[in-house]
Design a protein around this ligand. Structure first.
Ligand code: MG
Length: 175
């Protein structure tokens, strides 16, 4: 039986608001009175996208790849981690076909920064901006996002196994 060339992945992440700044989402600094707290730079959107890719690769989750107990990862740029996940994806013989994401928060409004987030995350993954969707929603003031205690993000990805010829051309091999 031929292995299915397509994979889907879903990712989810949450970070709490705290005193730390800046607010970083999708690798973009968003002017706001608060930021998110976490072991890395707490970029909840980049984390959700990474988690989706790692899920599609069946490599567990980003907590396994990048443990929050690793001192080397303290404060690390999530865009750099996203770039590393892209390298892992290609090493496993997969390409990113498409991704979509949702950031869940009451404030601030993200529309002015959305295309920049798409561009930054696409560049980290070595894909086109059109392959990465970013949108935002509120929860009508309900739940922890509605109370502005934190931000949640969801991501879905579609991955495709590169053909043998493509892998040979790129000099990379699947396991
Ligand atoms: Mg996270």
């Amino acid at each position: 039986m031929t292995a299915n060339p397509m994979r889907v992945g879903i990712g989810y992440d949450v970070h709490a608001f705290g005193e730390r700044r800046p607010l970083l989402l999708g690798g973009v600094e968003i002017p706001y009175e608060r930021g998110l707290v976490g072991h890395s730079d707490a970029d909840v959107l980049a984390h959700a996208l990474m988690d989706a890719i790692v899920g599609g690769l069946r490599e567990g989750d980003i907590g396994r790849l990048f443990p929050d107990t690793d001192p080397a990862l303290a404060g690390i740029s999530s865009v750099e981690l996203l770039r590393q996940v892209g390298v892992l994806m290609r090493a496993r013989g997969f390409e990113l076909i498409d991704a979509d994401t949702v950031v869940v928060l009451e404030r601030p409004k993200l529309a002015p920064y959305r295309d920049r987030m798409r561009a930054v995350m696409a560049e980290a993954l070595g894909v086109e901006m059109e392959q990465i969707g970013v949108k935002a929603t509120t929860t009508e003031r309900l739940g922890f996002t509605g109370r502005e205690e934190g931000v949640a993000a969801y991501a879905v990805v579609l991955l495709e196994r590169a053909s043998v010829e493509q892998e040979a051309a790129s000099g990379q091999t699947a396991e």
